[in-house]
Ligand binder design. Structure first.
Ligand code: GLN
Length: 250
C-alpha cells in the first residue's frame, strides 16, 4: 500500500510541550500495523494538492509564534478546508486548535485569522488555565473513552451552537473553564488543548486518527489489531490520577 501522507503544519513555530511527539507516535503505530507514514513539513506558501494528504497535524505555540504564522496559515485555509471536505483527517493542539477556528484574539488584543475549519472562536482572557486534564469522550456511539493530558492556555474557546466538543471535562478547565467541555470534533477533525504530548498517553486516539487517515487513502475504515500498550496505559493512568487529585472542574 502507498504510504500515508501527513502534512505537518508550521512545525518550526508550533511545537510547544513536545507536541512533535504526536507525530512520532503516529509514525510508530502506523509502522507496527504495516503502514509507512511520510511526513511533509508545510510552511508559508506550501503547495497542497487535492487528495495529497491523508492527515494534517498542527501543534501548539505561544501568542508570538501564532501571530508569526497565522496569516500564512490562513492563506492555506481554502486548500486545507477542501482537503477536510474530501475526507482528510486533522489533529490540532492548543494554539493550532485555536487557529483552526475563525479567529484567535490574543492577549495583546490582536485578532489572528483562523482557517474556519472548526466551528468556534477563541479570545484570550486574563487567567491562564494550567494543569492536568481528564476528559470523557465518545467519538463513536457507545465507545466511551477517557483522554488525559496537560493544558496551558489563556485562550477561552467558544464552540458555535450545535458544535460537537471532543469531550466532557472530568477534571481541569477545558475550552473556557466554564462550559464543562473541551476541544472540538468535526468529522475526521479533532481540536484539543491537551498537550503532553497528547498521543503517547492516549493510544486509542492515535489509532482512531490513523484509521481515519487509512480510510481517506483506501476508502475503507480499518480495524487494527490491538497493540501491547501497557506502558501507554500506565502513562495514561498517571496523568489521569494527577488530574483527579487536582479536583473537579475549576
Ligand atoms: N497562545 C495560546 C494561549 O495562550 C495557545 C497556547 C498553547 O499552544 N499552549 O491560549
Amino acid at each position: 500500500m502507498e504510504p500515508l501522507a501527513v502534512g505537518h503544519l508550521f512545525p518550526d513555530y508550533l511545537n510547544i510541550y513536545a507536541d512533535r511527539g504526536n507525530i512520532a507516535v503516529l509514525s510508530a503505530r502506523a509502522e507496527w500495523r504495516g503502514y509507512r507514514l511520510e511526513v511533509q513539513p508545510l510552511g508559508a506558501g506550501a503547495e497542497i494538492s487535492h487528495g495529497e494528504h491523508d492527515l494534517f497535524y498542527i501543534g501548539g505555540g505561544q501568542d508570538r509564534e501564532q501571530a508569526l504564522i497565522a496569516p500564512e496559515l490562513a492563506s492555506l485555509g481554502p486548500a486545507l478546508c477542501e482537503a477536510f471536505e474530501a475526507g482528510a483527517a486533522f489533529l490540532a493542539v492548543c494554539g493550532g486548535y485555536q487557529l483552526l477556528g475563525r479567529y484567535y484574539r490574543d492577549q495583546s488584543g490582536e485578532e489572528l485569522p483562523g482557517i474556519g475549519l472548526l466551528p468556534l472562536h477563541t479570545v484570550a482572557g486574563s487567567r491562564r488555565m494550567i494543569g492536568d486534564v481528564l476528559l470523557e469522550c465518545e467519538l463513536e456511539p457507545g465507545a466511551r473513552r477517557t483522554l488525559a493530558g496537560f493544558e496551558n492556555h489563556a485562550g477561552q474557546t467558544i464552540l458555535d451552537p450545535g458544535a460537537e466538543p471532543l469531550g466532557r471535562v472530568v477534571s481541569g478547565f477545558g475550552n473556557d473553564g466554564k462550559s464543562g467541555y473541551e476541544g472540538c470534533r468535526r468529522g475526521r477533525a479533532i481540536g484539543t488543548y491537551l498537550h503532553g504530548p497528547l498521543l503517547p498517553r492516549n493510544p486509542w486516539l492515535a489509532d482512531w486518527l490513523l484509521a481515519q487517515a487509512v480510510a481517506h487513502r483506501t476508502g475503507d475504515l480499518p480495524v487494527f489489531e490491538p497493540l501491547r500498550d501497557e506502558l501507554e496505559q500506565e502513562a495514561h493512568a498517571v496523568s489521569a490520577r494527577r488530574a483527579e487529585t487536582r479536583g473537579g472542574r475549576n
